[in-house]
Design a protein around this ligand. Structure first.
Ligand code: ATP
Ligand code: LTN
Length: 327
C-alpha cells in the first residue's frame, strides 16, 4: 500500500499565513510522495456555534484555498468532512474507547473551554476523538500539522494502539509531521500567542486574502522587541517570528537574511516583509479568483467519492471487530 497523508483545516474564520506556513505548505510539498487526503473539517467547526449559511460558504472557500495554495486535485483527494458519514460513525466508536481524563488533559480544550465558560459543548471536549477518526479512517501514515496539534496526534496514536490491542490489528498508527521552522507562527500583536484565526484582533494575523494595503498596515503595527539590530535571537521572540516568516516566504537562509538586514532596523524588516508577503500572495489570490464554482464542485464530489470508498472499507473492519454488525 502507498504511504498515506491526511490533514485538514476548520472552515472557521479566514486562513492566515500561520495556517499556510505550518500546514498547507507542507501538504503541497509532500503530496507527490504520498497518497494524500486533505479535508475541510466542518464537523469540527460546529463544536462551537456557527452561522449555517456562513459555514457552508466557508467550507467551499477553504477547499478553494487548498487548490489555490497548490494542492493538486489530480494527485490529492480534497473533500468536505460532512460528505463522508463514516467520520461521525467512527468518532462515536472512538468516543467509547478514549477516556474522559485523556480529553480533559488536552490544552486546546482547556483554552477554548476557559474562553467560553458555561456554554461548553460536549463536542468541544470530544473534538480529538473526531480528529482521531478522520486520521484512522484512511489508514494514515503521516499527518502534517502545526505544533498546536501535536498533543492531539499523540492521543490519536494512543487510541489506535488501544483499539488494536483490544479488538485486533485494525488501524495504522500515524506519525505527526511538524516542520522545524513555521510550526508555530506567533501573533503580530502579541508574540507570546500563536497567530490564530479565531482571535478577535485581526491585526495579529495576515489573512491569505488580505489586500496589499492591509498587509502593509498590519506589519507596520506589529509588536517588536527592545534592541535595534535585525537577527534571529531566541531572546527576541517578536523579531525572530517576523524573520521566520520572511525566511519561509523568500526561501533565503538565515545567514543571507541577517546579512541583508545588517545595519538596517526594524522598520526596514517590516517593510521588506510586507512586500515579500504581498508578492507571495499575489499569484495565490489570482488563482483563488480563477477557480470556477463548477470546477470546485466537481473536485469536491470526486474527492468525497474516493474518500468514502476507503472510509467504508475501514468502517467494515471496525464493525466486524467490535460486533456492531446489525441484525
Ligand atoms: P486558529 O488559527 O483559530 O487557532 P486552528 O488552529 O483551529 O485555528 P485550523 O484551521 O484547524 O486552525 O488549522 C489548520 C492547520 O494550521 C493546523 O495544522 C494547525 O496546526 C495549523 N496552524 C494553526 N495556527 C498556526 C500557527 N500560528 N502557526 C503554524 N501553524 C498553525
Ligand atoms: N484539529 C485540527 C484540524 C483537524 C485535523 C484533522 C488536522 C481536524 N481533523 C485530522 C489533521 C488531521 C486543527 O488544526 N485545529
Amino acid at each position: 500500500m502507498p504511504k498515506r497523508i491526511f490533514s485538514g483545516a476548520q472552515p472557521t474564520g479566514n486562513l492566515h499565513i500561520g495556517n499556510y506556513l505550518g500546514a498547507l505548505r507542507n501538504w503541497v510539498a509532500l503530496q507527490h510522495e504520498y497518497e494524500s487526503f486533505f479535508c475541510v473539517v466542518d464537523l469540527h467547526a460546529i463544536t462551537v456555534p456557527q452561522d449555517p449559511k456562513e459555514l457552508a460558504a466557508k467550507s467551499r472557500e477553504v477547499a478553494r484555498i487548498y487548490l489555490a495554495a497548490g494542492v493538486d486535485p489530480n494527485v490529492s483527494t480534497i473533500f468536505v468532512q460532512s460528505d463522508v458519514q463514516e467520520h461521525a460513525e467512527l468518532a462515536w466508536v472512538i468516543n467509547c474507547v478514549v477516556r474522559i481524563s485523556e480529553l480533559e488533559r488536552m490544552t486546546q480544550y482547556k483554552d477554548k473551554a476557559k474562553r467560553q465558560r458555561e456554554n461548553v459543548s460536549v463536542g468541544l471536549l470530544t473534538y480529538p476523538a473526531l480528529m482521531a477518526a478522520d486520521i484512522l479512517l484512511y489508514q494514515t501514515d503521516l499527518v502534517p500539522v502545526g505544533q498546536d496539534q501535536k498533543q492531539h496526534l499523540e492521543l490519536t496514536r494512543d487510541v489506535a494502539e488501544r483499539f488494536n490491542r483490544d479488538y485486533g490489528e485494525t488501524f495504522r498508527v500515524p506519525d505527526a509531521f511538524i516542520p522545524k521552522v513555521g510550526a508555530k507562527i506567533m501573533a503580530l500583536d502579541d508574540p507570546s500567542k500563536k497567530m490564530s484565526k479565531s482571535d478577535e484582533n485581526a491585526n495579529g494575523r495576515i489573512s491569505l486574502l488580505d489586500d496589499a494595503a492591509t498587509i502593509r498596515r498590519k506589519f507596520k503595527r506589529a509588536v517588536t522587541d527592545s534592541g535595534t539590530d535585525v537577527r534571529f535571537d531566541a531572546s527576541r521572540p517578536a523579531v525572530t517570528n517576523l524573520l521566520s516568516v520572511f525566511q519561509l516566504l523568500t526561501g533565503k537562509t538565515p545567514e543571507e537574511i541577517e546579512s541583508h538586514f545588517a545595519g538596517k532596523g526594524y522598520a526596514q524588516l517590516k517593510s521588506d516583509l510586507a512586500e515579500a508577503t504581498i508578492e507571495f500572495l499575489r499569484p495565490f489570490q489570482e488563482r483563488m479568483r480563477d477557480i470556477g464554482d463548477e470546477e470546485l464542485s466537481r473536485t469536491l464530489k470526486g474527492g468525497a467519492d474516493k474518500a468514502r470508498s476507503i472510509a467504508a472499507e475501514t468502517m467494515r473492519a471496525v464493525r466486524e471487530r467490535m460486533g456492531i454488525v446489525g441484525a
